[in-house]
Ligand binder design. Structure first.
Ligand SMILES: NC(=O)c1ccc[n+]([C@@H]2O[C@H](COP(=O)([O-])OP(=O)(O)OC[C@H]3O[C@@H](n4cnc5c(N)ncnc54)[C@H](O)[C@@H]3O)[C@@H](O)[C@H]2O)c1
Length: 387
């Protein structure tokens, strides 16, 4: 039996809890949960979690926990990972693994150099790597896109056909985050790119790594070019009513081009300015095929209603503005977005010692590419990544 202690009981914590519930109680149990939320006890009762704690130190002192699942704002991740490992626990951590957490503009109003952010993010990655080596504990990077069934199926095709991936286009966009930490660089480490773009970016890095593995080549991200912006700054008064992005010092749009050592390219788009529900998709173009991963929206169930009467309680898909008319219904979201597969893989790897599809090496590359993109957007030129 693997005993899990969760840190965080907010939005994403419930995605994990729903997945643990579907995995079943024979092999796994969430034995404790800790957060700062007033409704912590209610969440614990709803999911049948026996113990609650008000802070991480108490949870780490609980001997009946094998693995700590960290689902807190990104600025807290590094410290929590290192403390959990030193307390003898393996760690699952939500995306983004880490980053640069301070205001993006200094007290004199001057933008912080993104080269400095990249250096600090790399130092944070090194600190996490050092804690892993020092304690011998394992890290599982909760990047659900890697485990979306459509992305995993793509990986299977790439493995079998040993094709060359020439181009990947990935996007995660919607009408703005609900999270209180989202508008602030000091809490989130950036805006739409690190919050949303990190998903298709990580899936692209993963697929290129799969290709490298089957071809016996090391294929690395070597150069990053990006444009970031604040599109919602254009909106005045009523024009802003359907867009929920209110960035303070972060971007709400990013377009990133990554060049790999084999000459292939990935393009990643992230925006907080897209109405009509979430756009989560990946397109993969190889020398002999094409794969379209329509995570959301997808047309597995299309429904039409003349009006939205009596539809208040039904969930259709995330960030939908209205429920009438034709709508794509997001079925089995826990499965289709990859949360279930992700936690199943981590539990299997915890038991067997196998390497997860999404672990520290993937998180390491994703964070370096993201901060290289921020640097490129600020400096107006390509940024090279050295191994
Ligand atoms: N994979 C996904 O699809 C996905 C979706 C949303 C969020 N996330 C990630 O999940 C993480 C949390 O985001 P969220 O949207 O759930 O945020 P949230 O604000 O809904 O929840 C954050 C939780 O952290 C807890 N917390 C904050 N400080 C704490 C502390 N010092 N000690 C203990 N608990 C503390 C809060 O009490 C709260 O329960 C972020 O890293 C985010 O990027 C991932």
């Amino acid at each position: 039996m693997i005993r899990i202690g969760m840190v965080g009981s907010g939005f994403a914590a419930k995605l994990h809890l729903d997945s643990y519930r579907r995995i079943g109680v024979q092999d796994t149990a969430v034995t404790a949960i800790c957060s700062k939320d007033a409704d912590l006890d209610q969440v614990a009762e709803q999911y049948g979690i026996p113990r609650t704690y008000g802070d991480l130190e108490q949870l780490l002192g609980d001997p009946d926990i094998d693995v700590v699942d960290i689902i807190t704002p990104p600025a807290l991740h590094e410290d929590m990972i290192v403390r959990a490992m030193r307390a003898g626990k393996d760690v699952i951590c939500e995306k983004p693994l880490t980053g640069f957490f301070a205001p993006a503009v200094d007290e004199a109003g001057v933008p912080v150099p993104r080269s400095e952010m990249l250096a600090k993010a790399e130092a944070s990655l090194k600190a996490i790597g050092a804690a892993m080596r020092e304690t011998g504990k394992r890290l599982y990077y909760a990047e659900n896109y890697v485990y979306a069934p459509s992305v995993q199926k793509c990986a299977q095709f790439i493995r079998l056909k040993k094709s060359r991936i020439l181009l990947i286009k990935g996007e995660e966009s919607h009408s703005g985050s609900h999270a209180v930490h989202a508008p602030y660089w000091k809490l989130n480490g950036g805006g739409a790119l690190i919050r949303q773009g990190c998903h298709p970016l990580s899936a692209a890095l993963y697929l290129k790594a799969v290709e490298g593995e089957v071809r016996g080549e090391s294929i690395r991200p070597v150069s990053v070019t990006a444009v970031t912006g604040c599109l919602s700054d254009m909106l005045k008064g009523e024009e802003h009513r359907y867009i929920h992005a209110h960035p303070v010092d972060v971007e709400d749009f990013a377009d990133v081009l990554i060049t790999f050592s084999d000459g292939s390219i990935a393009q990643i788009l992230a925006s907080d300015n897209t109405v009509g529900g979430t756009r989560n998709n990946m397109e993969v173009f190889t020398n002999e095929g094409q794969y379209q991963c329509n995570i959301a929206p997808n047309d597995a169930l299309m429904v039409y209603h003349e009006n939205d009467e009596h539809l208040d309680e039904i969930y259709m898909t995330e960030k939908l503005g209205q429920k009438a008319g034709w709508q794509p219904i997001f079925l089995e979201e826990t499965v289709m977005r990859g949360y279930l597969g992700e936690l199943q893989d981590f539990l299997y790897c915890l038991k067997t010692g196998a390497e997860p599809a999404s672990g520290f090496p993937l998180a390491y590359d994703a964070i370096r590419v993201i901060y290289a993109a921020y640097r490129s957007a600020q400096e107006g030129c390509a940024v090279r990544l050295e191994d």
